[in-house]
Design a protein around this ligand. Structure first.
Ligand code: HEM
Length: 130
């Protein structure tokens, strides 16, 4: 057991690979019909969403705090309250992310580590019973 795993930011290879992951995630959401439900919650242009998720994930993974510098504390659950998020939306979000992790061909153990962490955050974002 590794008691001191590398911070995710380092393990993934820094900002450029993290940005590729975010772009793959939103490209998938923008093109696959099974994610039309959560795509419709987002603005017509995804460029702001791409930047925000990328900035957030930089800090969240142990890299530079771009998001907090611009917007302050993330308050992620509160910022998602305007959007109805139930199990289906959570699973769509995770489905896009799982696809993006594979598309970016990240090492298996890093994919698993990230997916477990994303599951916890996405599950906590649910604000509707069903
Ligand atoms: C559970 C399913 C989720 C849904 C349906 C969802 C949906 C959304 C939507 C519609 C927006 C607004 C986009 C915009 O303003 O351009 C947003 C913003 C955001 N989401 Fe999510 N999201 C989910 C989970 C997550 C997770 C797991 C994370 C982090 C790991 C995350 C991070 C963010 C961030 C950082 C923002 C920008 C917040 C802001 O500054 O306004 N989201 N999300």
């Amino acid at each position: 057991m590794d008691l001191h795993p590398k911070p995710v930011f380092e393990a993934i290879g820094g900002e450029a690979p993290l940005r590729r992951l975010v772009d793959a995630f939103y490209d998938r959401m923008d093109s696959a019909p099974e994610y039309a439900g959560i795509r419709a919650l987002h603005p017509p242009s995804l460029s702001g969403s791409r930047d925000k998720l990328f900035w957030f994930l930089c800090g969240w993974s142990g890299g530079p705090d771009h998001y907090v510098e611009r917007f302050g504390h993330p308050r992620l659950r509160a910022r998602h309250l305007p959007f109805a998020i139930a199990t289906s939306e959570r699973d769509q979000w995770l489905g896009c992310m799982q696809w993006a992790l594979r598309e970016c061909a990240l090492p298996e153990d890093l994919q698993k580590r990230l997916l477990t962490a994303f599951f916890q955050t996405a599950d906590w974002m649910r604000n509707q019973a069903e």
